[in-house]
Design a protein around this ligand. Structure first.
Ligand code: ADP
Ligand code: MG
Ligand code: MG
Length: 911
């Protein structure tokens, strides 16, 4: 005989590892029962039964028999009987999926009540008022959650049995009686309310309220099963990427009553403060109330700390349970509990959600308490989370001042921490353009969509009129570590007119505004910010020190300016993995000379321009070498195509058309015109169909060697100067976009002789080396050849991804990759998380081949991926020596590198 499948588990039959089958809530109720905590007896119907129900539309055969059997056990344990008019057993019916989905479906309490059992309950408790209050609650919840979802009205319409209809009746009664709170209503009042409730139900359903407790139970089970597919639940799963085929379990549990008087109550608490991480029980308690009252905010609950004063006995019991649960689960617990006439019951526990700050403190504290190991502490903190702890904040005094000056415009939802000032810009394209040109932009939108991401990336902060904590803007901003205020309904964004209105004031495009992502405040004008200090974040510093002991990968930073380099060092960077020299060319005092250099007609003209640039570049490098104090600095020679330093072709053309008109009347305009025409002819001559694949990188260096010779001279002179001041210098000169070893050989020979010459002139030696970026597929494929001429490799995974996929870095994300990820063609944006199978394969192969050909070869990565935790895990496995990322991502990268080492260790051990 085939053993029938078990679909119902008593709490004592399960455990915490059975989440798949029993759901999170059921598994934890089972675990708590198993370890002897005071959990009201109950059982769980499996998610498997739910899946069967959803597939067939019927309850699995024999399920209700199994349920009856288990109900019998509950009856034995409690000494009560389901449906017994003298001594009724009442239960709650609670949903609970594998992953917590708050608010997916409401819990039904007090199930089993009807006109007879309510009297039994009154007698049993000696409290008639209490019994009818429970009945009233049951009627309304059961109608809202169960009946309205399972039945249609006689006219075929959906019944309107929303909770609000019952609330109306209750409110009317309270008014009649002049009562402010529910507790002021008498038993008689409540009895009348129950009658009215039942009338409402019958009129909506065309059938009386189901008085049979067994029918109630069956209907409630079905309703919970079906709730898996309600819109709220489906949306929630879509948002959090939870699979749709898991189904929910159903927990049926003996009721305990927190509404039995002053020595009863119900509460929710965390075993530690999940906002700050402090080791203190943190939560709320409501006297004489049942579960849903706390959430519904009917009365203001008291802080748990007050319970300690009010009822030290109960508090002590609860404190003990917190301790047991934390030790058992070795993590902070989020606990729901109820006190019935002085006796404590635990109704739920799960891992407590916490802020970034709390996550770090709790992990470090628990490791110090010996509850978890250092390794576990490291594994428990999300690298992205800690980035949020290190964002700039407004200088408090300056913010005060702004408030005094009446510049506080509005307040929205504080969606992503940090503070930012910048010019208001109303569309993503312009935000991107201005952001890339170095302007501080705050992107202001009614709300954002994936089409806006490119603009968000280039902005310093995001402000939206609509949306909440989980809106697109909020989620993306948190991911990027950008300050963000959403749902700021006070502002009326008018994208067409490029302004927003707020309480009679108007803020136009390019006006300065400031947003505080910690408080949701929006200000007119700029407010100075304070940079965060890692050493002031005690626990975080400690956690990162532990991470440093464990990680193998080095963590370096991409920094172009001394200020960024200093920040990077403070955050723990061990070197500069990428210093881009072209940013230096863009500064306003230099750009004219850079343009002169590009426009030069003769080598002499070009030399003159370069001679002007040389001391400026030397100064830049000196600054960085000073800050880095002998840590390695990788300086990349000029990379972008020259036209990027010249005015835009189309704009120039438009200007020339205008000037042609004016030139007829004014001589000055005529002069300007001929100047612009000269520029135009250069811009035209540099114009390429595919600039990204054109004259740039080392190709530029080979065809215009004067530029990189000047740069090399500036680098070596700066190194000598700083060394002369007594500070060590270690510089690595990096050649971009090499695809053939001959390119590198040609450049290296030439620059080597410049370097030697400069050192001779200066009469000293400095520590320098030459290496290359690996950012074309050919370079990766011929890594063993290239490695013979290079001292180091640095993977430029942005360009490499572009060329391996053939995706334009500038356009593809919005136009192709977003739709692709939505359609499931690509799982992730490969510019954010390294494409392991394709790009990663080249990285792995080139690293192996390069190191085989040149055992001293140092290998790093300096693309965006250097700061992405998932990619870091791959780089660890691929055998790279270091990752390099933006300074603000350095702490996260240190943690991610440690996690990568731990994960790899686990993999090795399980092999
Ligand atoms: P959610 O998943 O929305 O938190 P729960 O199933 O945890 O829903 O139920 C919500 C609340 O209902 C609980 O926190 C508790 O206060 C109350 N509750 C549930 N079951 C019982 C019970 N058996 N006795 C008393 N109260 C209960
Ligand atoms: Mg709950
Ligand atoms: Mg590149």
């Amino acid at each position: 005989m085939i053993q029938a499948k078990k679909r119902v588990y008593l709490f004592e039959e399960g455990n915490k590892d059975m989440r798949d089958l029993l759901g999170g809530k059921g598994a934890n109720l089972a675990e708590m029962t198993r370890i002897g905590l005071p959990v009201p007896p109950g059982f769980t119907i499996t998610t498997e039964a739910c899946r069967e129900y959803l597939a067939t539309g019927r309850l699995p055969e024999g399920l209700m028999d199994e349920v009856k059997e288990k109900m019998k056990v509950l009856e034995e344990k409690t000494g009560r009987k389901f449906g017994d008019p003298k001594n009724p057993l009442l239960v709650s019916v609670r949903s609970g999926a594998k992953f917590s989905m708050p608010g997916m479906m409401d819990t039904v309490l007090n199930l089993g009540l009807n006109d007879e059992t309510v009297r039994g309950l009154a007698e049993l408790t000696g409290d008639e008022r209490f019994a009818y209050d429970a009945y009233r609650r049951f009627l309304s919840i059961f109608s809202d959650v169960v009946l309205s979802n399972l039945f249609t009205r006689p006219d075929g319409e959906k019944p309107n049995l929303d909770r609000s209809r019952f609330e109306e009746i209750l409110e009317r009664k309270k008014e009649e009686r002049g009562a402010k709170y529910d507790i002021e209503l008498s038993a008689e009042d409540l009895k009348e309310i129950c009658e009215e409730y039942k009338k409402l139900i019958e009129s909506e359903l065309g059938r009386p309220f189901p008085e049979d407790p067994w029918e109630q139970l069956r209907l409630a089970i079905e309703a919970v099963f079906r709730s898996w597919n309600n819109k709220r639940a489906v949306d929630y799963r879509n948002f959090y990427g939870i699979p749709h085929d898991l189904g929910t379990a159903v927990n049926i549990q003996t009721m305990v009553f927190g509404n039995m008087g002053e020595d009863s109550g119900t509460g929710v608490a965390f075993t530690r403060n999940v906002a700050t991480g402090e080791k203190e029980i943190y939560g709320e308690y409501l006297v004489n109330a049942q579960g849903e009252d706390v959430v519904a905010g009917i009365r203001t609950p008291m802080k748990i700390s007050e319970l300690k004063k009010r009822d030290p006995e109960i508090y002590k019991q609860f404190e003990r349970v917190c301790e047991i649960l934390e030790r058992h689960y070795r993590d902070v617990q989020d606990i729901e509990f109820t006190v019935e006439r002085g006796k404590l019951y635990i109704l739920q526990c799960r891992a407590g959600k916490r802020t970034a700050k709390a996550a770090v403190k709790i992990a470090v504290d628990m490791a110090k308490e010996g509850l978890i190991s250092k390794e576990e502490a490291i594994a428990r903190v999300e690298p992205q989370q800690i980035t949020q702890l290190l964002v700039p904040r407004f200088d408090p005094q300056e913010k005060e001042k702004a408030i005094r000056e009446g510049r506080l415009l509005a307040r929205g939802v504080n969606a992503s921490p940090g503070a930012a000032s910048g010019i208001a810009v109303f569309d993503a394209d312009k935000a991107e353009e201005l952001g890339r040109a170095g302007k501080r932009v705050i992107l202001v939108r009614p709300e954002t969509t994936p089409d806006d991401v490119h603009g968000m990336l280039a902005s310093k902060g995001i402000l939206t009129q609509r949306g909440g904590m989980t809106s697109h803007a909020a989620v993306v901003a948190r991911g990027l570590g950008l300050p963000c205020v959403v749902g700021c309904e006070e502002i009326k964004v008018d994208v067409e007119r490029r302004l927003f209105e707020v309480n009679g004031k108007i803020v136009r495009e390019f006006d300065e505004i400031s947003i505080d992502g910690d408080t949701g405040e929006v200000f007119a004008g700029a407010i100075p910010t304070l940079e965060p200090k890692l050493e002031e974040e005690r626990e975080l510093s400690e956690l990162l020190r532990w991470a440093d002991e464990i990680r193998r990968l080095g963590v370096w930073a991409n920094a172009d300016y001394p200020r960024d380099a200093r920040r990077a060092v403070e955050f723990g960077a061990e070197g500069i993995g990428l210093c881009r020299t072209e940013h230096m060319f863009m500064e306003t005092d230099r750009l004219p000379w850079v343009q002169k250099m590009i426009m030069a007609q003769t080598p002499e003209e070009r030399k003159e321009a370069l001679d002007h640039l040389l001391p400026l570049q030397r100064g830049d490098f000196e600054g960085i070498f000073e800050v880095m104090e002998g840590r390695p600095v990788v300086i990349r020679l000029i990379d972008p195509p020259l036209h990027e330093f010249l005015p835009n072709y189309d704009e120039l053309l438009a200007e020339i058309f205008e000037l042609r008109e004016k030139a007829r009347e004014s001589e000055e305009a005529g002069r300007e015109l001929s100047e612009k025409e000269k520029i135009l002819s250069v811009v035209r001559s540099l114009k390429e169909a595919n600039p990204m694949m054109g004259l740039r990188g080392c190709r530029l260096g080979i065809l215009y060697p004067e530029i990189i010779e000047m740069q090399t001279r500036a680098i070596i002179e700066a190194a000598c100067e700083v060394k002369r001041r007594g500070k060590p210098v270690r510089v690595k000169i990096m050649i971009p976009l090499v695809s053939h070893v001959n390119e590198l050989r040609w450049i290296r020979e030439r620059l080597e002789s410049v370097a030697r010459k400069v050192m001779e002139e200066q009469g000293m030696e400095v520590d320098y080396s030459f290496g290359t970026m690996i950012e074309t597929p050919r370079a990766a494929l011929t890594a063993s050849e290239i490695a013979k001429v290079a001292d180091f490799f640095s993977f430029g995974t942005n360009d490499l991804t572009q060329m391996v996929f053939g995706f334009s870095r500038d356009d593809a994300e919005g136009k192709v990759i977003m739709p692709y990820t939505k359609m499931g063609i690509l799982e992730k944006n490969p510019f954010q998380t390294l494409d392991v199978e394709g790009v990663g394969r080249l990285v792995e192969e080139a690293t192996r081949a390069g190191k085989a050909a040149n055992p001293n070869l140092e290998v790093g990565i300096c693309g965006e991926h250097g700061g992405d935790p998932e990619s870091i895990r791959f780089f660890h496995k691929a055998g790279l020596d270091y990752v390099s990322c933006s300074p603000f991502r350095v702490p996260a990268a240190r943690l991610a590198a440690a996690q990568a080492a731990l994960a790899a260790g686990v993999e090795d051990r399980t092999k």
